[in-house]
Design a protein around this ligand. Structure first.
Ligand code: KG4
Ligand code: ZN
Length: 341
């Protein structure tokens, strides 16, 4: 049997500092995540400068813990995987520079990973036999993509948001109804107590009706207008109904386009990725859609949906086996596109 490939992976693109050890892209030996959410909560969102400083404080500890939990030594690893984009530049640079230092000192290859490809790769950890091709819905705080993954490293963007990302819309609407940051899980919870049929929020229409793109900023404005009008009329606002109605608008948009993408590519498998993949309504809706259309719907566990280094370790492994290592001059690319190297 071929030798196991062990990747030490580092993720610091936003507000989580994470390190993981992953074997052959599928088996997680450790996945340590230090979240800054409690710090950024006070500001109502991620403050980039604060995020970079916090990454610096904890990165050594997080890497040390990941190695201890995996019970391996630095000598045992085959490569250092790291997110180099997209993300906040200062935050990315902390993880990238740390990874470069390690790779240099250990004489091990450095493998730069695209954060979005990492999110997709979380599915390879969850589903041990999963192989491309499949359609992937990537829904996070910064990105919303419908992707056809033809093979490892071969991505075709079928649709994407033209303005706000799905998670961003959740966070902004949550702030407007006084739920705080991060809004996604809070809206998810509150919506369970509300009626999603109460308010009909609009869906964006594009001139090209074959487009699989998304748009959520109009929806966000419609929620803000609804709240303003209610306040002006001094009427009571049922926040649970607002949350449920908003969530229904987002989820139905995501699900409808996902089904169209599967039909267009004649695939019977859709993998979901990114922080919003943790959403219970999205999970239920896509699973129902899957049953009705003979499409298998794949979701990683919650911990693999939001930012973590294990998913980066998985993506790094698939780059490594294709011979794609990076030079030590690798820089952070804040707006790195999917499939771009
Ligand atoms: O993937 P992620 O951890 O970071 C980015 O790469 O952006 O995603 C974070 C986003 C946030 O916008 C958060 O509100 C959203 O994922 N999120 C959720 C849920 N859990 C996290 N959105 C909806 N429902 C959830 N349960
Ligand atoms: Zn992410």
């Amino acid at each position: 049997m071929d030798k196991d490939i062990k990747i030490l992976a580092i993720e610091s693109s936003c507000d989580e500092t994470s390190a993981a050890v992953v074997v052959n892209g599928r088996q997680v030996l450790s996945n340590i995540i230090s979240s800054q959410i409690d710090i950024h909560k006070k500001f109502g969102g991620v403050v980039p400068e604060v995020a970079s400083r916090k990454h610096i404080e904890v990165i050594s500890i997080v890497v040390k813990q990941a190695m201890e939990e995996a019970q391996i030594t630095f000598e045992d690893i085959d490569g250092v995987g790291v997110t180099y984009g997209p993300g906040l530049v200062g935050a990315l640079l902390v993880g990238l520079q740390y990874a470069k230092g390690l790779a240099y000192a250990l004489h091990k290859p450095l493998i730069g990973v695209n954060h979005i490809e990492g999110h997709i790769s979380a599915n390879f950890i969850q589903y041990k036999d999963l192989k491309p091709p499949f359609v992937c819905l990537v829904v996070s705080g910064g990105h919303t993509y419908l992707v056809y993954m033809k093979d490892h490293g071969k991505f075709e963007v079928m649709g994407q948001t033209r303005d706000d990302a799905a998670g961003e819309a959740y966070d902004k609407v949550a702030r407007a109804i006084g739920l705080g940051y991060p809004g996604g899980p809070k809206i998810d919870k509150l919506a369970r107590e509300g009626n999603s049929e109460t308010i009909k929020f609009p869906r964006a229409n594009f001139h090209d009706d074959t487009s699989l793109d998304f748009s959520f900023s109009g929806l966000k404005s419609a929620v803000l207008n609804y709240l303003n009008q209610k306040e002006m009329k001094k009427e009571l606002i049922n926040r649970a109904d607002v949350a449920a109605s908003f969530q229904k608008a987002v989820v139905s948009f995501l699900a409808d386009n996902s089904l169209k993408a599967c039909n267009l590519k004649h695939v019977d498998k859709i993998a979901v990725a990114g922080g919003v993949a943790a959403n219970t309504c999205l999970r239920e809706t896509l699973i129902r859609m899957g049953h009705e259309n003979n499409i298998e719907v794949l979701f990683p566990d919650f911990v693999l949906c939001t930012d973590n280094a294990a998913m980066i370790g998985s993506a790094a492994y698939f780059e490594y086996v294709r011979g794609n290592t990076s030079s030590l001059s690798l820089n952070a690319v804040p707006n790195l596109k999917l499939g771009e190297r």
